[in-house]
Design a protein. Structure first.
Length: 277
């Protein structure tokens, strides 16, 4: 099932949390109610780890050739190929991961890196990466098998994504947007993409990912899917503004009503054992 919640007064819970089939990361400094929602759903199955990245609670979503922060503004400006993109700071996502690994931006401190390596399962590879588009979660979307990436990502980064996350990598756009990590969210069972994605693009993306996709929104019409939603193969968390209709679409496309976490995790463990034999 999908659970609605918020972080402090923000419905962009995808910015303050990251859910995979092997672990869940949540930002430090939230309310006990926020953490208890994750722990009640996940604690018996996967670890729920509180962390910061680069000293900030925003462990979520903005892609930038250069990140320029104005302390008097709630916006980040991003210049790529002479185009100016403007995002609210609650749409940032600065790392990306799946059951196999976790990629962190160069701003991650040594202490944060060690904390994550100590807290996550042994099979999860945690790697800091030196990529100029440092908000990795805005530039990369992935499940356990396939990753879609920003078209301007460095070749070395692409190779590291394939190696650390164990995925096949495709450079793509979503409804003409280069920030693929912001405008879609998908698991191994289904995916939600920008509402303006054409039928042709949906078919192409579904073929690449090998999962069913639908175009939709979260948080009462927000197109920034990944800022308002975090999902794995058996559960999802979305912003408290998400409507009943949006929630129904999420539960249907990700097949959450029929998902059994214990069976999925048992299968993951079995495949992990097989890989070591």
């Amino acid at each position: 099932m999908a659970t609605r919640l918020q972080f402090e007064n923000s419905c962009e819970i995808g910015v303050f949390s990251k859910l995979t089939n092997a672990y869940c990361l949540v930002a430090i400094g939230g309310s006990e109610n926020f953490y208890s929602m994750f722990e009640s759903e996940l604690a018996d199955v996967i670890p729920v780890v509180k962390t910061s990245i680069g000293g900030t609670r925003i462990i979520g979503r903005l892609c930038a050739g250069e990140d320029i922060v104005d302390s008097c503004s709630c916006f980040f400006l991003c210049c790529i190929d002479s185009s100016l993109y403007k995002f609210q700071d609650d749409h940032l996502n600065i790392f990306v991961g799946n059951k196999n690994g976790l990629l962190l931006p160069h701003t991650t401190t040594d202490q944060e890196l060690q904390h994550l390596r100590n807290s996550l399962p042994d099979q999860v590879v945690v790697q800091r990466i030196d990529e100029r588009l440092s908000a990795l979660g805005n530039c990369i979307a992935c499940n356990d098998h396939v990753a879609l990436t920003h078209t301007d990502l460095d070749r070395e980064t692409e190779e590291m994504i394939a190696d650390v996350l164990g995925v096949e990598v495709f450079r793509q756009t979503i409804a003409g947007n280069i920030l693929v990590g912001s405008y879609c969210s998908f698991s191994n069972r289904g995916g939600l993409v920008h509402p303006h994605t054409s039928i042709e693009d949906l078919d192409e993306l579904s073929t690449l990912l090998q999962v069913p996709l639908v175009a939709g929104t979260v948080n009462r019409g927000s197109e920034v899917i990944a800022a308002g939603l975090t999902v794995n193969d058996w559960t999802a968390f979305c912003g408290s503004d998400t409507t009943a209709t949006e929630l129904s679409v999420i539960e249907n496309v990700f097949k959450l009503r029929e998902a059994q976490p214990s069976a999925i995790v048992d299968e993951m463990r079995k495949s992990l054992i097989d890989s070591y034999v």
